[in-house]
Each structure stands twice: as C-alpha cells, then as structure tokens.
Design a protein around this ligand. Structure first.
Ligand code: ATP
Length: 362
C-alpha cells in the first residue's frame, strides 16, 4: 500500500514558543517497502509517524494511504486511527502484563467483535508467523524481552493491516538480541510483502533493515535513498556524517574530469567522485569513510591520494584498531586491520581509492 504525504507541517506551542516539529514534509512511501525515518533526537520522526497513524493532528497538508485520503486540513478530512488499517509496534511493546499471550494478541479482534472461533484461528496463525506457536497460555510477564517484542508484533499484525508502523521497537533489547531481531524482522517483513514504516535514531538498524531511508533534520526530510546510496554517496555533509563515521575535509575544487574532481585541502590535493557535478572554484567537502583509509607501503606522497601522517589515539577493539591519523593539523579517523604492527606515534603512509571518497557541496 502506497503512502503519500503532501506539505505536512505540525507546530507545537509550548511555554510561549512555537516548535516546528514538521516543516513542509513531502514524500511517497512505495508499496511493499521497508521505509525508515532516521534522524537525531527531536527531528520530528515520531511526530510524522503519529500523524500517519492519526494520533497527531498536523496544521497543514495531506496524508493518503492507498487511494484514500486519511487526513487533509484543506478538505477537512480526518479518518480516525482505528479505521486507517494500520498496525503499530511501540518502543515499550505496550503488551498487557495481566493478560496471557492469546489475550494480548487477540485483543484487537475482540475489540472488532469477531466471533471467538475465528479469533482463535487468527491468533494461532499469527503466533506461528512470529514463531511463538504454542505460547497462547503463557502469562505475558513470563516471556523474554525478545518474545514480548514478538507478541507486540503479532498483535500489530493480527488484524491484517495494510501498513505496519514501528517506533524504535528494538531499543529496549540488549545489543546482541537487537542485532538478531533486526535480521529476523527484515526477513519477516520482506516475506510478508507489507509496507512498513520504521522510526529509529540508530543508523546501523536503519542500514540493516531498510529498502529506503529518509534522513530528517529539524522537521524536514534532508535526503532519501537506498541504504547504499545514502552511505556511499549522500548529497549532504549532514547525512554523510549522520549515517556513519566520516572524515569530512573542506577545500576548493581545482580540477574536474568526467567522474572525478580534485579538491585542494589543508592536507593536500584529494581526488574523489564528483557525482554532484560540482565545478572548478566551488567550495566542497570530501567525505572519506574510516574503513576506506588503508595503510600503504608506498611512500611517494606525490602519487594520488597518498599521505604521510602520525598515528594517534589508537585503541584495539578486537575486530580492528581504531585511531586517528594526524596529517599537518588535520585528524583523519580510521579503522586498521588488527594484525597490523602499529603503535601510537608510528609514522605511516595512507592511501584511499578515488572511487571510495565523494564530494558534497559545502
Ligand atoms: P526522539 O528520537 O527523541 O524520539 P523525534 O525525532 O521522534 O525525537 P519528535 O518527538 O517528533 O522527535 O519531536 C519533534 C519536536 O517537537 C521536538 O522538538 C519535540 O521537543 C517537540 N514536541 C514533540 N511533542 C511535543 C508536544 N506534545 N508539545 C510540545 N513539543 C513537542
């Protein structure tokens, strides 16, 4: 089911101030897509999600689900949440501790007045889907965090929603379980062929789960695209930095070729991808991910993208070393193979491929 949002603006009034939680948001979420809203705290993710659900009343704009307009200020349309055909999973699971699994999952159907036999069958089917078959009579309090999360998922799915919405559903799980659950969830949602809208401020979760990520800042969508597009070739320095660790080096473009451009920077000339077609004389930022900076045995700094630096702030984290390379007054963050014989203060040469760094407008 496709979701369309047009010109959505939401203002909150608090302590005499106006807060623009959503600022003219326009987007289309495709059918059968796992769509993630990602952004720092307070950027408006939850307000947007709650507006789609119908729990928030925006000030301007229009929201459609499939062919139906569910909210429009101008046309004076408001379809209540329970009639929008949506399922929702919250951060706190919101499952009821005094009920067993069956009653928790079957609650939305009981509310609809569905006959008991049908409820029994639908709950059983849904529990099978989330791999909690046979858990019907287990009290909700006697479930692990991951199982409670799956009960919440089953309850959101039991009424066969057209769209399912998640508000940071994994943030209460411990790190290991969160990793496992996000893999399961992606496989599960892809298999279901349902449109899912997912809110998180965790970039790894967004990259791992999504078909499309929309990065928000201050009530606006800054950029939208596939995880790879956003990670490897974002359009904005803010997005490049938010989606992963990134070295952002400022400079001026001195030369352009078909796909690449040279940026004159404080550490020297850097050549990188110029997919945004910036031109000579423009100020720009080169984005280089730490994992693409490699130690090299070539010590000719006249060669392209080879620099001499000194290792600083080196820490061993098992799978790699993390550290900073000081080149003149610039620090570049990097990750280094754990097998390298390297120490703080080591003089080193680094290189990075011109295919692995990209220019954005500053
Ligand atoms: P988080 O990741 O911290 O949950 P978020 O991106 O979901 O943040 P929102 O909860 O949508 O952000 O809030 C957007 C802005 O609106 C913030 O500045 C927040 O303080 C403000 N806000 C949210 N709800 C209200 C409210 N009921 N009254 C006043 N201001 C609010």
């Amino acid at each position: 089911m496709e979701i369309k949002i047009k010109g959505l603006t939401k203002l909150y009034h608090s302590e005499g101030k106006i807060i623009k939680a959503l600022d003219d948001v326009n987007l289309t979420i495709g059918d059968n897509t796992i769509f993630t809203l990602l952004g720092p705290s307070g950027c408006g993710k939850t307000t947007l999600l709650r507006s789609i659900v119908g729990l928030e009343n925006p000030d301007i704009g229009e929201i459609s689900i499939g062919d139906e307009i569910v909210w429009s200020k101008e046309k004076n349309i408001f379809i209540p949440p329970e009639k929008r055909g949506l399922g929702m999973v919250f951060q706190t699971y919101a499952i009821w501790p005094h009920m067993n699994v069956f009653d928790n999952v079957g609650y939305p159907l009981q509310n609809q007045g569905m006959p008991k036999d049908e409820i029994k069958q639908r709950v059983a089917e849904t529990l099978k889907l989330v791999q909690l078959e046979g858990f019907e009579h287990r009290p909700a309090t006697k479930l692990s965090g991951g199982q409670q999360q799956r009960v919440a998922l089953a309850r959101a799915l039991v009424a066969k929603p057209k769209v399912i919405l998640f508000d940071e559903p994994l943030s209460n799980l411990d790190a290991k379980l969160r990793e496992e659950t996000r893999k399961e969830l992606r496989t599960f949602l892809t298999g279901l062929g349902i449109t899912a809208i997912y809110v998180t401020h965790d970039r790894i979760e967004a990259l791992a789960l999504s078909d499309i990520i929309a990065v928000m800042r201050a009530g606006k969508i800054v950029e939208m695209g596939s995880p790879k597009k956003i990670y490897f070739n974002s359009d904005h320095p803010f997005v490049a930095d938010f989606i992963g660790r990134s070295n952002l080096i400022e400079g001026v473009i001195t030369q352009c070729s078909n796909r690449h451009a040279t940026l004159k920077t404080a550490i020297g000339d850097i050549i990188g991808l110029n997919t945004h077609h910036l031109t000579v004389g423009e100020n720009a930022i080169m984005c280089i991910r730490p994992e693409f900076i490699k130690l090299t045995h070539t010590n000719n700094t006249k060669e392209k993208n080879i620099f001499k630096g000194v290792m600083q702030n080196l820490v061993f984290i098992g799978e790699a070393y993390e550290g900073d390379i000081k080149i003149n007054d610039t620090l570049l963050t990097t990750t280094i193979e754990p097998t390298e014989d390297i120490h703080e203060g080591s003089e080193i040469f680094i290189s990075f491929s011109m295919e692995h760094c990209f220019l954005v407008k500053s």
